[in-house]
Design a protein around this ligand. Structure first.
Ligand SMILES: Nc1ncnc2c1ncn2[C@@H]1O[C@H](COP(=O)(O)O)[C@@H](OP(=O)(O)O)[C@H]1O
Ligand SMILES: [Mg+2]
Ligand SMILES: [Mg+2]
Ligand SMILES: [Mg+2]
Length: 356
């Protein structure tokens, strides 16, 4: 079994730095009075500069690894104002010298100022097409852009894939409570999973994190009546009406919990009292799921003892390119209930005429 210790250290540093950036953008731009309703530019600026930060660090630490990133720099090459803002923000974070507390290294490209060309090139480094062979990273610099804008859940998501299999996943959730039992307590959680070596939660802040040991995550075994479904907030992202029918069929009594981003996978993996089942059946069958929206989250759940599959029990395929391989929906739950959940999902899909 490959340990991926160096990759894990680099990925944690990259996600932590990107979360520092997204938090600053939220506090300065989204929360500020300056934002006109419906203006998406803060999230664009945060997305692009967070991708610049993570890709710059990966590029220095692992120069030959390709990256499948959600964003690209095409818009920045057209828009000088946006471009200047992204370069400024990325540099605010990248130029901070390596932190001993966070066990960072100067060789990861930290502590230096980057030129416009270098920042744009780093963002475009995410253009890799993915595929079945070899090693690659996949990055979603802000997953849950809608959640980010409403001050809800969002996540910085990074995964290492080798020969189509997710080997390492790191997810930063700046707005997720560290302790699910204290929803109004300190927020900011970092989730790390390595294949065959378990799933862990760390505090996102290194200042706090240097004192608190990581928590090993194990999904509890809950019967359907004591758990709730974890669902997207956005109705366009998942067939929420279908979920409601499945929940009723299986005897689920609790209301569904809706949150944006792969924070749902984190809540499932650590067994938040509210969690238990991840269900994402397509609201629109034309939409194709991207690998960066599921790679680290699915490994996190599997390493915490759960199963992630499509509606027919097929494992998710991360080796088919930038999109997930052929599948129908995403279904996640603990090992003990996953099969029963699949049967319920298939029965309702049949009743709705969605299965051939
Ligand atoms: N019609 C659709 N169906 C399913 N997912 C969609 C979608 N349109 C966008 N998405 C994806 O849903 C992600 C958010 O997932 P969730 O609904 O779990 O919060 C988005 O990630 P980004 O916010 O990174 O763009 C986006 O990639
Ligand atoms: Mg996403
Ligand atoms: Mg995104
Ligand atoms: Mg997006």
């Amino acid at each position: 079994m490959v340990v991926y210790a160096a990759e894990q250290a680099v990925a944690i540093a990259a996600v932590r730095r990107a979360c520092t950036l997204t938090t600053a953008v939220f506090n300065n731009l989204v929360k500020g009075e300056t934002l006109v309703k419906g203006d998406k530019s803060p999230v664009t600026v945060a997305d692009l500069s967070a991708q610049a930060v993570v890709n710059t660090i990966l590029l220095h630490a692992f120069p030959s690894d390709p990256i499948v990133g959600e964003e690209d720099a095409a818009d920045l090459r057209e828009n000088k104002v946006l471009c200047a803002r992204v370069i400024e923000l990325a540099n605010e974070v990248l130029s901070v010298p390596p932190s001993e507390l966070a066990e960072e290294k100067a060789s990861w490209g930290l502590g230096e100022h980057r030129s416009e060309g270098e920042v744009l090139q780093a963002i475009d480094r995410g253009n890799y097409e993915g595929g079945r062979a070899g090693r690659m990273w996949t990055l979603d610099p802000i997953d849950g852009t809608k959640g980010f804008l409403r001050g809800g859940q969002y996540a910085v998501c990074l995964a290492l894939i080798n020969d189509g299999r997710v080997e390492l996943g790191v997810i930063g959730c700046p707005n997720l409570p560290l302790d699910p039992a204290i929803p109004d307590g300190p927020a900011g959680a970092l989730f790390v999973a390595t294949r065959g070596r378990g799933a862990f939660q760390y505090p996102l802040s290194t200042v706090v994190g240097s004192k608190i040991p990581p928590v090993s995550l194990r999904m509890p075994s809950l019967p359907f009546e004591n758990l709730s479904f974890l669902e997207s907030v956005e109705k366009a992202h998942a067939a929420l009406d279908t979920n409601a029918k499945i929940a009723q069929l299986l005897g689920v009594k609790c209301e569904p919990v809706r949150m944006d981003s792969q924070a749902k996978y984190a809540a499932l993996a650590r067994g938040d009292s509210s969690g238990g089942v991840y269900l994402r059946l397509p609201a629109n069958t034309e939409y194709r799921e991207k690998i960066w929206d599921h790679a680290p989250g699915s490994l996190l759940v599997e390493e915490a003892g759960g199963i992630i599959s499509d509606a027919f029990g097929k494992p998710l395929d991360f080796g088919a390119g930038r999109f997930l391989g052929k599948h129908y929906g995403v279904v996640g739950a603990g090992k003990e209930i996953h099969q029963k959940l699949l049967e319920g999902v298939q029965q309702i899909l049949k009743e709705e005429g969605k299965l051939a």
